[in-house]
Design a protein around this ligand. Structure first.
Ligand code: SF4
Length: 327
């Protein structure tokens, strides 16, 4: 059986980042505006541990929200050291962080390893040079490959994040990025459709008609194609779309925001797979489609979208059946 897993998120805002990616307003995304210190780390971990049943579960402290390995070396060390006390006490198992490709080197990785860091996520966003440039990322595609290799070489679990619909982006470029990511063979991937948030350069570009966000339909369709590519390559996609926070919701962003973006994309993946069976597996107007245990709602689709789709397009009654694994 899979271990229960808890993440204790410690948001480390923009402080470490000298860049200004056009889409980023770090303070909005993380929901916090102040710097984080070791006391905060302790307070946040203590607060979460009150509600976590550690018994047999895996507990990870996650430094998210900025470029963790880009912040002042002494500060990142003091934050990790604080969290490491909980690892030593057996109350937390490991640390993870998100960062950018040009904030990785051997010294940083060795230091992180010393304090129990196990997983590093890189914001790749795209491997297309023009997209990276127009998005103000401040690094090129080479850094993505070099940092990924170094992280893997140091024995960390590697996650890569990509974005859809950045300035100068196209469907072909996203697919090219996915192929590049597959060639790196990370342990997992996250896919984020680009949202336009106020107080960002992208918002100004949007206002002056220099940027047009992708639609939710396009994001769902493209994400579904990418999920298929990654999963065919044995790479897990652990998230699609931004997490809802107090500051990010459909009223505060422009673009492909949907609170159930992941569900929509997963339903689209199922729709594509089911559609391949329409010509061969329909008996008396009924198509029985088998899914693993717990997957029914994804196959049925958001608000039963797939059931409706097959009824409207083909006049077929779609029945989703779960396989039950016996021990
Ligand atoms: S690197 Fe990350 S934190 Fe820095 S501006 Fe870009 S998205 Fe924001």
């Amino acid at each position: 059986m899979k271990k229960r897993h808890y993440n204790i998120p410690v948001f480390v805002p923009h402080i470490g980042c000298p860049h200004d990616c056009v889409f980023c307003n770090q303070r909005h995304i993380t929901g916090t505006q102040s710097e984080v210190c070791a006391d905060d780390v302790r307070r946040i971990i203590d607060e979460h541990l009150k509600y976590i049943d550690k018994n047999g579960a895996e507990v990870e402290v996650a430094f998210f929200g900025g470029s963790f390995t880009g912040i002042d070396f002494n500060l990142q060390t003091s934050l990790m050291r604080e969290a490491y006390e909980y690892i030593k006490a057996g109350r937390v198992d490991s640390l993870r962080c998100s960062t950018r490709p040009d904030c990785i080197d051997g010294v940083i990785l060795e230091n992180a390893k010393k304090y129990g860091m196990k997983t590093i996520e890189l914001g790749v966003q795209s491997t297309d040079s023009e997209v990276l440039l127009k998005s103000g990322r401040g690094h090129g595609r080479e850094e993505v490959f070099a940092a990924s290799e170094l992280i893997k070489k140091h024995g960390f679990s590697l996650g890569l994040q990509m974005m859809l619909g950045l300035p100068a982006d196209t469907r072909e470029k996203s697919i090219r990025t996915a192929k590049d990511i597959i060639s790196i063979s990370p342990d997992f991937v996250r896919i984020y459709p680009t949202l336009v948030v106020e107080d960002t350069a992208l918002y100004d570009m949007y206002k002056s008609d220099a940027y047009k966000p992708i639609t939710t339909e396009y994001a769902v369709d493209l994400a579904a194609e990418l999920i298929e590519m990654f999963e065919d390559a044995g790479i897990e996609v652990i998230r699609i779309g931004l997490q809802t926070t107090d500051n990010i919701n459909e009223e505060t962003v422009i673009g492909p925001y949907h609170s159930a973006m992941g569900e929509l994309a997963r339903a689209e993946v199922y729709k594509r797979s089911i559609e391949k069976r329409v010509t061969t597996d329909v008996i008396d107007g009924v198509l029985i489609y088998t899914v693993p245990e717990g997957e029914t709602s994804k196959a049925v689709g958001h608000k039963r979208s797939n059931i409706k789709y097959f009824k409207d397009k083909y006049g077929i009654d779609l029945k989703i059946v779960e396989t039950v694994e016996k021990n």
